[in-house]
Design a protein around this ligand. Structure first.
Ligand code: 3HC
Ligand code: NAI
Length: 699
């Protein structure tokens, strides 16, 4: 049963019991209406309390049902709400922990609401590319006031119940319970006390006006428009709340419903829902069940206090986990600490971090020059130079000193993790934790599973990833793992585009218009063009036949490594990140083109975008087929969280699915005919060809 029914004295207590968050799926809606009718039919029942079991009152409509016939099956949420509002006996919502989306809309339909302190209250539909579709845009402004309600609806952000209860004149909560523990008893007592109250109050009957409606909604639209480029839902939220102030309640509901249905079919909403589910799916590993025991990680050691070591350490300090950093020299430790301090102080200055929190975090950080001091750490993360010889020395030392059962992780971005693991006598304890720079900011963490990595080590690191607020995605061992292996092909294609007639600026602008945070050339300048140069030199030995544009090598030969040298594909002014096109670089590309005997042609933005995105997609299909990624949605997460792929397009795999894999393949065949491109580059991955033949999609 997805709701539980019991009668306590004269009160019927209906408890939503649909773990994990009491989502209002079809079975729950059905069971809830049945029980409401049962309570109304029972003469011994004078009032009704609705609450939720476990960790939520309700997280809202069941997102997994969206797009399926169940979502529309009666009773839908509107019908449930009607049953609540029409109940002849008072219905009290007893709200705790999480009350979101359809859960809050259900509560708003109840005659009374009592909330526990500390409860997260939200209408987060906008984050799924929607607006509240069961009366939230019409009832919340009536219960809370137009401005606070619009803020909640447009941002989707949760607000604590005790803060909402302080809003002057609010009618959202009739009572704040003393504590979450006493909520049930207080709600039952409240329900008993108001059992005979008539008429029954309804939020829909409250007035909804704004004293300066025209000016306020105009102002809101201007604000929201600026902040929500590419996302249609936020502006629609403003429309719906404005309708609450201007239309009759029932008309407002219809207006909201129509917008909700239209938004549900937008590619943006589909993408955002995909991202929500994919983010959660990433932690599910096919052969590592969720009840796999985890090791206790109470302290961390970090080897190397450079760019990555410092950022990695901050993640754990932020989560309250002590960190000990090891370096070869005291000066390097001091430099590392100074950088961490500088980062935190900048946050304090901006008001993003309280001074006492900053001090508390720094007090968790200690340093050493001796491996012996690390022996008690539960996990160690190595972030030293990217050279196998250096890694070998470090891992042999770690194997010697670390206590049995400690997890030994490497932040390597290109080296063979299996080889690193085999430097130790405990390869089962070795794993890759590939953080992205800046490691304290970037959400993505690629967790690299070696061939001998133990399941409990993997489960522990995935859980730790969640604790430090990363999106952790598992990758198998291969050159570049998921993200960098794909970006290499994207970069190669960017080079072919230059050879054929584009400027770096044209390529960057086209893909940025598509929605990428940064085009390939601006990204190269940020990461350092010398990194790609080193990879190409290695490739020339390992895979001599692989075709590359020579332009990037020519750029590096001029010492234009990117932002760090003040010059790369673009010029940079010290202290600023603006990319300024450089005429000499354009001339260098033109001369190279001439030397190759190529007559430049005008390449459309559409072709640029297709060539860049499909180069990601084809490599991703290889990665999936080889089992380096276990599901397509993991690849989408890597690209959205780590590489600036537009979230409203759902990642390269969902995007390809939406374009249609058949169309993707046709375009690739066309590109392969271009003599200035590379036919071998566009050879379709067998998985892609197979999916097209079977009429299937990646996701
Ligand atoms: N429907 C179905 N499943 C849901 C869900 C929902 N609304 N909300 C969360 N879940 C599931 C997650 O998929 C996850 O499942 P898993 O264990 O199988 O991976 C599980 O609940 C736990 O989720 P989290 O890992 O996110 O757990 P947290 O404790 O960190 O957070 C939460 C809980 C705050 C409820 C968070 O999950 C959340 O923000 N959920 C989304 C809430 C939301 O967007 N609600 C609006 C839905 S749309 C709607 O109501 C339409 C209406 O207006 C008509
Ligand atoms: P870095 O050069 O900034 O820092 C490396 C630090 O390690 C230096 O402070 C150095 O003194 C120290 N070190 C070197 N050998 C050591 C040893 N034997 N014992 C103790 N300390 C030693 O390098 P960065 O950029 O921090 O990279 C570290 C690792 O992270 C590399 O494996 C790199 O491939 C990886 N990585 C780097 C990313 C980046 O964007 N910089 C992104 C993801 C991974």
């Amino acid at each position: 049963m997805t709701t539980h029914y019991e009668v306590r004295g004269s009160v019927a207590l209906i408890t939503l019991s649909n773990p994990p968050v009491n989502g209002l799926g079809h079975a729950t809606r059905l069971s809830l209406t049945d029980n409401l009718q049962k309570a109304n039919a029972d003469a011994a029942v004078k009032s009704i309390v609705i609450t939720g079991a476990g960790k939520a009152f309700s997280g809202g409509a069941d997102i997994k049902e969206f797009g399926t016939p169940k979502a529309l099956s009666e009773p839908n949420l509107h019908s449930v709400i009607r049953v609540v509002e029409n109940s002849s006996k008072p219905v009290v919502a007893a709200i705790h922990s999480v009350c979101m989306g359809g859960g809050l809309e259900l509560a708003l339909a109840c005659h009374y609401r009592i909330a526990a302190p500390g409860c997260s209250v939200a209408l987060p539909e906008v984050k799924l590319g929607l607006l509240p579709g069961a009366g939230g845009t019409q009832r919340l402004p009536r219960a809370l006031g137009v401005e606070p309600a619009l803020n909640m609806i447009v941002s989707g952000e949760p607000v604590k119940s005790e803060l909402l209860a302080q809003i002057p004149g609010q009618k959202l909560f009739d009572k704040l319970a003393q504590s979450p523990e006493s909520l049930a008893e207080e709600a039952l007592a409240f329900a008993q006390a108001i059992a005979d109250a008539r008429p029954l109050p309804l939020v829909r009957d409250l007035p909804c006006k704004h004293p300066n409606g025209d000016a306020y909604f105009q102002f809101s639209r201007n604000m929201v428009k600026g902040m929500s480029k590419n996302f249609p839902a936020p502006l629609k939220c403003v429309d719906a709340v404005e309708a609450a102030t201007r239309k009759k309640f029932e008309d407002g509901l219809l207006f909201e419903r129509e917008i909700f249905i239209n938004l549900m079919w937008t590619p943006e909403s589909r993408a955002l829902r995909h991202v929500f589910m994919s983010e959660r799916a990433a932690s599910k590993i096919p052969d590592v069940p969720s009840d796999t025991p985890k090791r206790d990680i109470k302290s961390i050691a970090v080897i190397g206090a450079g760019t990555m070591g410092g950022g990695i350490s901050m993640n754990f300090l932020n989560a309250g986990i002590p960190v000990k950093m090891l370096e070869m020299k005291q000066e390097a430790l001091e430099r590392g600490i100074a950088t961490i301090r500088k980062n935190y102080e900048a946050q304090v200055k901006k008001g993003k971090l309280k001074l006492d929190k900053y001090e508390q975090r720094m007090s968790l950080l200690s340093t050493t020059l001796s491996y012996e001091d690390l022996k008690d750490a539960d996990m160690v993360i190595e972030a030293v130079f990217e050279e196998m010889g250096v890694k070998e020395k470090v891992f042999k030392e770690l194997d010697r000193v670390m206590k049995p059962g400690a997890i030994l992780a490497s932040n390597t971005s290109t080296l063979d993790l299996n080889q690193i693991a085999n430097f130790t006598k405990r390869p089962q304890d070795v794993i890759g934790t590939h953080f992205f720079s800046p490691a304290n900011i970037m959400k993505l963490l690629e967790v690299v599973r070696g061939e001998k990595t133990a399941k409990d080590v993997l489960a522990t690191v995935m859980a730790l990833g969640k604790k430090i607020k990363k999106t952790a995605v598992v990758s198998g061992v291969c050159d570049g793992f998921i993200g960098n292996r794909m970006i290499e092909q994207y970069g190669r294609q960017g080079g072919f585009l230059l050879d054929e007639g584009c400027t770096p600026e044209q390529v960057d602008k086209a893909i940025e218009k598509f929605g990428f945070a940064m085009g390939p050339f601006r990204m190269g300048d940020l990461a350092g063009n010398d990194i790609g140069w080193a990879i190409r030199k290695r490739r020339a030995i390992e895979q001599p036949g692989m075709k590359y544009s020579k332009t990037a090598d020519l750029l590096c030969e001029k010492g234009r490594f990117g932002q760090k040298t003040g010059a790369g594909w673009y010029d940079y002014v010290a202290g600023k990140r603006d990319a300024i096109p450089n005429a000499e670089v354009v001339q260098m590309i033109e001369e190279h083109r001439k030397a190759l005997g190529i007559t430049p042609r005008k390449i459309s933005d559409e072709e640029i975008v297709q060539r860049l995105v499909y180069s990601l997609v084809n490599e991703a299909a290889h990665i999936l087929e080889e089992g380096i990624a276990s599901k397509a949605s993991d690849i989408d997460m890597v690209y959205i969280m780590g590489y600036g792929f537009p979230v409203y397009r759902g990642g390269p795999m969902l995007y390809a699915d939406q374009v249609g894999l058949f169309n993707v393949l046709q375009s690739m065949k066309r590109f392969a005919q271009n003599p200035l491109d590379d036919a071998a580059f566009w050879k379709p991955a067998p998985l892609l060809a197979k999916l097209v033949a079977e009429g299937k999609t990646f996701n």
